[in-house]
Design a protein around this ligand. Structure first.
Ligand code: ARG
Length: 591
């Protein structure tokens, strides 16, 4: 079924076409339909009349008043059974907003339709796209740190949402596995091996720091590092073997973290920087020969309007850069993966880089109809408002952060259980700690507008009220508990697909309208790549369910009201579960 917005939009489109033919024939008018912010103004509104008045004035050369335009639209408007009151002047508010109040009977029918499929009434998109999503992007011989957390979590949620919408999503993990830093890393590894020392690299970060330190002060080490770079570039077998070992060791660090976070990324999704190595020279050649790239102080660079510094694609004296790789990757994604849309979940601090890469792709004409999007995100801040660091000022390792989240969730669960005089086993507590701790970290990130910085706080993310993972997880379990209690009382309730729903109490109506907005929200998140919109929606849904539950007895009601209310609860649970699934947040039936 179509979303309510879409159904209303279609009715308005038809009315506008009929009202202003032939003046507007052939012009696609957006009726600007959105849910009303205030119930006073109905459930949905169209803001088209204001813009239309201008367009009509331009076409016809005479001034038109938006309210009059609204009246003309309403005269042709056919909303079928959507509204109980036929469209008339009373629908017009302010300068020319047209308000639509939905009929409870129609809403109930829509709910029944939504309950019939496991897509909850959300239609797959009419034109599925191939969407490449670039996310996570850890660097070799470095551990994942909090900076990669946002990319990993946000990118994963976007993958889930776009897949649910029916798009073909290709995940690309642009691992930082190539570059001159490997010279010093290999040199350091060689020394460790010949000294017979530990090469397990259990502490990658320390290994990297050590190599860097030596590179900065030891001249012979520097020489060997440079030599290793040349060897690696020319495909020397020994150098490659060392390089591969470093890559494999790093993978051993991040794969368990992906699993722990429950993200979809697998080794198959890895297409690291090294993959593009053999393509870099050709890309530079192409851009040079087409005069898109020019010589600049010995280097090769692309000048993009609006930027003080150019995008360097080859250093003076040779050597390719991060940007060269991104150009080769963009070309590969467009021409070989056949992407219609390429999305990069990368820190906002790389905005200039991506703006220049995208501008270069455009100049080169590699994908004129491809949408290149930098889904930028802000910085995770510590309590003092500066970028999140350890107490001693180091970068926080993701593993440590997840450990602490789970430990705190464990302690909280234990304390809560003690207050209730329950004594769960350590195993049970661990399971809860994982669900709540990992869910907490993920949800606290997903629920913030990605473009802004945010202050990370264990206390806030594990809080039982507010827009948090534990609140949402408990809300879901609470809705599910009603069905367990129903079963205990011998009340049977099928899957709800065939139950007749009747909406009467204002809380029932408020809940029903929110359930039916699910498809609109999914569409918005897929377009804007902002999962916090889905979090806010689910939080609102949980709140409306609470109000409904407080005001409307369910199990103690007479039939057919009891079944109708159970059907509402059932749909609420399904939407909550689906929504949390799309965010990648676990939601056990019982907590
Ligand atoms: N490895 C990079 C970093 O840690 C992120 C890669 C982002 N993706 C890209 N195509 N540049 O900053």
């Amino acid at each position: 079924m179509k979303t309510i917005s879409e159904q209303i939009s279609n009715a308005f489109k038809a009315a506008i076409a009929a009202a202003f033919s032939p003046t507007l024939d052939g012009i696609d008018i957006d009726p600007l339909v959105s849910p009303s912010a205030n119930e006073k103004f109905g459930d949905y509104q169209s803001n088209a009349a204001m813009g239309l008045a201008k367009t009509l004035a331009e076409k016809a050369g005479e001034k038109t008043n938006p309210r009059a335009v609204a009246e003309q639209i309403i005269a042709k408007l056919n909303v079928g059974g959507m509204s109980d009151t036929p469209p008339d002047k009373s629908w017009i508010a302010g300068p020319g907003f047209i308000n639509v109040k939905l009929s409870p009977k129609w809403l109930a029918e829509q709910l029944s339709l939504a309950g019939k499929t496991d897509r909850l009434g959300v239609e797959p998109v009419a034109k599925p796209q191939t969407v490449v999503i670039d996310y996570s992007g850890p660097n070799i011989a470095k551990e994942l740190h909090v900076g990669h957390l946002r990319s990993t979590i946000l990118g994963d949620a976007a993958t889930r949402v776009l897949t649910f919408q029916g798009h073909k999503v290709i995940r690309q993990n642009h691992v930082g596995d190539w570059g001159t830093q490997f010279g010093m890393l290999i040199a350091n590894l060689q020394d460790k091996q010949s000294a017979g020392g530990e090469t397990k690299l259990s502490d990658l970060e320390a290994f990297y720091v050590e190599a860097k330190k030596r590179f900065d002060v030891e001249v012979p080490f520097q020489e060997r590092a440079r030599l290793n770079v040349v060897k690696l570039q020319s495909g020397d077998a020994d150098a490659l073997a060392m390089w591969r070992m470093l890559v494999d060791k790093t993978r051993e660090h991040y794969l368990p973290i992906y699993r722990r976070l429950g993200v979809l990324l697998t080794p198959d999704d890895e297409r690291g920087e090294s993959f593009y190595n053999t393509r870099l020279a050709a890309v530079v050649e192409e851009l040079k020969s087409r005069q898109i790239a020019v010589e600049s102080e010995g280097a090769t660079a692309v000048f993009v309007e609006g930027f003080k510094t150019p995008l360097i694609i080859e250093k003076s004296g040779g050597g390719f850069l991060y940007g060269t790789t991104d150009l080769a990757a963009a070309k590969y994604r467009i021409t070989e993966l056949k992407a219609d849309r390429v999305v990069y979940f990368v820190d906002a601090r790389q905005s200039q880089h991506f703006a220049q890469v995208f501008a270069t792709v455009k100049k080169a004409g590699w994908g004129d109809n491809v949408s290149m999007e930098h889904a930028a995100f802000g910085t995770m801040l510590g309590p003092d408002g500066t970028p999140f660091k350890t107490k001693t000022g180091g970068t926080v390792k993701l593993k440590d952060l997840l450990d602490e989240a789970e430990q705190r969730a464990f302690d909280l669960a234990k304390q809560k259980a003690a207050e209730r005089e329950e004594s769960p086993t350590d195993e049970q507590l661990k399971a809860i700690a994982h669900t709540v701790g990992i869910g907490g970290v993920k949800y606290s990130d997903l629920s913030k507008d990605r473009v802004s910085d945010y202050v990370f706080s264990f206390d806030a993310m594990l809080a039982m009220d507010g827009n948090t993972a534990p609140y949402m997880q408990y809300a879901y379990a609470r809705v599910r508990s009603i069905f367990r209690r129903a079963a205990e009382r011998g009340i049977t309730f099928g899957d709800g697909a065939t139950t007749t729903i009747a909406l009467d109490a204002p809380q029932e109506l408020a809940l029903a309208k929110q359930i039916l907005r699910f498809g609109e929200v999914v569409e918005q998140v897929g377009r804007e790549l902002k999962p916090h919109v889905l979090c806010a929606y689910l939080y609102d849904l949980a709140g409306r369910y609470s109000s409904f539950y407080e005001a409307c007895p369910v199990l103690t009601s007479e039939e057919p009201m009891r079944s109708s209310r159970l059907a509402l609860a059932n749909l609420t649970a399904k939407v909550l579960a689906k929504g949390l699934d799309l965010l990648g947040i676990e939601h056990p039936d019982q907590m």
